[in-house]
Design a protein around this ligand. Structure first.
Ligand code: DNO
Length: 346
């Protein structure tokens, strides 16, 4: 496996120089953030990103994400143009040496929480999800935004988009995903870029929108839509793990050969459809992080791993979930588990 760390580009207060000082982290997960969703990423821009990362003594490992335009998810309007652009971006990424791309197929919203800075009992701050609160939220009023969301929508755009989804069922979304995969994975195979879909976070429908990458059965269905090693997964323990029906160790064992990118973090389930993002170590949450790392090890995982969201600790401020300190602790913990498992296997 290769341990990586997410970097949000030049504006990220967590600089490459800081990331370089985390022991045993050599890969960077990043993206180009200022190109409108759906447009082609020019080769020169990708090269510049790669050179910046390499100048800091790190490697550009994974692109997270090349976002999928809503027209592709709704099967609408300009979807063919956006799919062609997506393929063009993949070709440019491959030319620059990128071999793994993370994306998601969540309608409108990426990861969703009800509170971005909930105070935990140790005084740190974490993201939480409380079902009652989310049920009362009205996205058209713009009550919450997250780093993962496309902030460029106006309230009118948002309303129009949500209205459009009123006619899209889960089955429609599956069909539109297949249409996308049939065109994109062919190119991914040709240029040897492993595509890694991120599961829906949380893994249930929100704001009346359908969500489909949510559990084992659906992941099996997804993998069969286009049966190729290039049609793979970002297995995010914290996204799928908030549903007690998802056993992450079982998912790693079932799908390891199609997992290209592992997001590993813990969460603590606090009620039905309620959870807190906890420290990475097993005892702080509901997931057996040791068991998950061991499952990757035992299955011979040789893809990319990154620690995922961290709490805000030691007074750090910044992008919710993406500070330096707690994610760095997560990376060191995961590396420690890996070393211990590796030693005891020999
Ligand atoms: C959240 C992230 C997600 C992820 C996208 C992938 O912290 O894991 O925003 O990057 O869903 O497209």
């Amino acid at each position: 496996m290769k341990m990586t760390f997410r970097w949000y580009g030049e504006d990220d207060p967590v600089t490459l120089e800081k990331i370089k000082q985390i022991p045993a982290v050599s890969g960077i997960v990043s993206a180009i953030y200022d190109i409108p969703v759906g447009e082609v990423w020019p080769y020169e821009r990708i090269l510049r990103l790669k050179e910046t990362v390499e100048a800091a003594g790190l490697e550009l490992s994974v692109i997270e994400s090349v976002p999928v335009h809503e027209d592709i998810k709704t099967g609408d309007g300009d979807r063919d143009r956006y799919i062609n652009n997506y393929c063009e971006t993949l070709r440019n990424l491959a030319k620059a040496g990128v071999d793994c791309v993370c994306y998601n197929f969540m309608p409108v919203f990426d990861w969703t929480r009800s509170n971005l800075a909930y105070e935990l009992s140790d005084g740190s701050n974490a993201l939480i999800y409380d079902n009652e609160t989310v049920l009362k939220m009205d996205p058209v009023k713009g009550e919450l935004s997250l780093p993962g969301w496309d902030a460029s929508y106006t309230k009118d755009d948002m309303k129009a988009l949500l209205d459009k989804y009123k006619n899209i069922s889960e089955e429609d979304l599956w069909n539109n995903l297949k249409y996308f995969l049939d065109r994109v994975i062919k190119v991914a195979e040709e240029v040897k870029v492993k595509m890694a879909i991120h599961p829906d976070d949380p893994p249930w429908g929100i704001f009346g929108l359908p969500r489909i990458i949510t559990n084992k059965k659906n992941i099996e269905r997804f993998l069969k839509l286009y049966d190729s090693p290039y049609n793979g997964l970002t297995l995010c323990s914290g996204s799928l793990g908030v549903s007690p029906d998802n056993d992450i160790v079982e998912l790693v064992n079932a799908f390891c050969d199609r997992i290209h990118f592992a997001h590993i973090r813990n969460i603590k389930i606090t009620g039905e459809r309620c959870f807190e993002e906890s420290a990475h170590k097993t005892e702080y949450g509901s997931l057996d992080i040791y068991g998950i790392v061991k499952a990757y090890y035992d299955n011979g995982f040789d893809g990319y791993i990154r620690p995922d969201h961290g709490r805000m600790i030691w007074g750090e401020t910044g992008k919710p979930g993406y500070g330096l300190f707690d994610r760095a602790l997560g990376a060191v913990y995961l590396n420690g588990l890996w070393e211990a498992i590796d030693r005891s296997a020999k």
